[in-house]
Design a protein around this ligand. Structure first.
Ligand code: GLU
Length: 507
């Protein structure tokens, strides 16, 4: 086996990818890139009952959107394919039979009804039924360890259903090493003889996963904590095959915002945040789940947030580009305890990225929204507007609410402000202002400001009397950046037209 670092992300295509899964993919990606290794995507689709057709594409799209594409996997060239387990069935069969032939696994013919009887029997005595060394050869269980060779052959050839179980060693201390959790010892006597091959001719996760990790020369298995209980079996399988084990790192769970229990879609629905990277339509019931992409998050903000959910860089630094993450990420600094998901902090990351993304890039995104609304403006104009209002924006969508008046006349006027600012005499004053504006030739922000201010002074009235109704006419509310910047950007004709509309509607 080569010493090259090769890691894999091995999701089962059972639905949309949870953000916990995205984090697993991210840590794999970061580690691979840091070590100059390969990041493999393997689709673990051996459980036909849970298979969802659009899930694989969803997973691929999610990784691409996050900016963490795989090097090898379905649809990409690689020397270790195929990368879908359903296309590797023949291999699993071959390796399972090798285990049987070498007395490391055995046929078991017990029906599920029979196993139920054993389970209930044990429960009645306050015990738990485990299929293993303790009872597998006592005669009550029906398997190839107690039946004669002929009997086993006869049962198989007459079409009787069977499974193949792993023959766990008796009385052995299994020593596990995990990069995150350190050394763990497990007594092999408490393990059950897990099924490796099912009666439907498909391997179970355990067998397929270990065979593939070996054949694909995976050097490091980085996966969720929920697989830690399987680690002893996986280690024993490597030993049974006589294969070199990869290194393992089990990542902490993503917890609910309150800190207890695994983060679920229900938490997101209840508290108003997505738990999936992309929106997802469930083909069965048509239900649409929200996604970070559609909610307006930038992928690099999303990735930055996820990277810090479980990894502690050991400094105060929080904003990391993907390159910086690749450089600084350290598997040994991944926390053992679960990481509490914090929706407010997630938004904070997006806000930081919005503020630090160059106006030019934000303008390109904003332009797409404007074009959808049928508004076509030069990109440098949009960029300037972005610069004026971005400070208060978290998402690109916010920019429209903050700056729509630069592009279109207000459709309505804030009623409270209208009542307060549009008084007796305001319409007349605004008509006079229109005449004044008509005479202004140089429409730079500074010149309009000085001319209008001089005009107000000459009339000996308070500034507010003019400025507030003027702002209301142009913006529809008493908000927005410097008023004379707005006037400059929308131009003379539009300023006058909006004043006329306001006089008509509010006067
Ligand atoms: N197919 C497993 C899953 O869906 C993969 C676990 C592993 O990485 O070993 O999570």
């Amino acid at each position: 086996m080569s010493s090259r670092v090769r890691v894999r992300f091995a999701p089962s295509p059972t639905g949309p990818l949870h953000i916990g899964g995205v984090r697993t993919a991210l840590y794999n990606y970061l580690f691979a890139k840091q070590q100059g290794g390969d990041f493999v995507l393997r689709i673990e689709d051996t459980d036909q009952t849970r298979y969802v057709a659009n899930a694989e594409q969803y997973i691929i799209d999610s990784l691409n959107w996050c900016g963490i594409p795989f090097d090898e996997g379905p649809g990409k060239k690689g020397n270790y394919g195929p990368y879908r387990q359903s296309e590797r069935k023949h291999l699993y069969r071959e390796y399972t039979y090798w285990l049987v032939d070498n007395n490391k696994a055995y046929y078991a013919f017990d029906t599920s009804e029979e196993l139920d009887v054993h389970r209930k029997d044990h429960e009645a005595k306050g015990k738990t039924f485990i299929y293993n060394w303790h009872n597998r050869e006592k005669g009550r269980l029906v398997n190839s360890l107690v039946l004669s060779k002929e009997e086993v052959q006869h049962r198989i050839s007459s079409g009787e259903k069977y499974v193949i179980r792993f023959k766990n060693p008796e009385g052995q201390t299994v020593v596990l090493n995990d990069i995150v959790r350190g050394r763990i010892e497990v007594d092999s006597n408490v393990l059950d003889d897990k099924i490796l091959f099912k009666s439907d001719g498909m391997p179970t996760y355990h067998l397929a996963n270990v065979v593939d990790d070996h054949l694909m020369e995976i050097s490091h298995v980085i996966r969720g904590e929920e697989w830690l209980p399987s680690l002893a079996l996986h280690n024993l399988l490597y030993e049974a095959f006589g294969w070199k084990k990869p290194e393992f790192a089990h990542l902490p769970l993503l917890l609910k915002p309150i800190g207890k229990g695994k983060l679920s879609k229900r938490d997101g629905d209840k508290l108003g945040f997505p738990v999936f990277p992309l929106a997802y339509k469930n083909e069965k019931d048509g239900e649409i789940s929200r996604g970070y992409r559609e909610d307006g998050y930038f992928p690099d903000a999303f990735i930055n947030m996820l990277a810090l959910l479980g990894w502690n860089p050991g400094t105060e630094k929080e904003i990391y580009s993907l390159d910086e993450l690749t450089k600084d990420f350290d598997l040994a600094r991944v926390n053992k305890s679960g990481a509490k998901f914090n929706p407010d902090k997630t938004k904070w990351f997006q806000q930081q990225y919005m503020q630090h993304t160059p106006n030019e890039n934000v303008a390109n995104k904003f332009n797409a929204i404007l074009l959808e609304k049928g508004i076509e403006k030069p990109i440098d104009f949009i960029e300037t507007i972005v610069g004026l209002v971005k400070e208060r924006a978290v998402f690109v969508d916010d920019l429209w609410n903050l700056s729509s008046y630069f592009f279109v006349a207000p459709e309505s006027y804030d009623p409270k402000a209208s009542k307060k600012q549009w008084k007796e005499g305001t319409s007349e004053l605004m008509n006079e202002l229109i005449q004044k504006i008509e005479q202004i030739e140089n429409f730079s922000s500074e010149n309009v400001e000085s001319e209008i201010k001089a005009w107000i002074t000459s009339k000996e009235i308070g500034f507010g009397k003019v400025m507030q109704p003027l702002r209301l006419s142009l913006v529809g509310a008493l908000q927005g950046p410097h008023l004379f910047d707005i006037i400059h950007f929308i131009g003379k004709e539009e300023t006058i037209s909006r004043l006329h509309s306001a006089i008509e509607k509010l006067g």
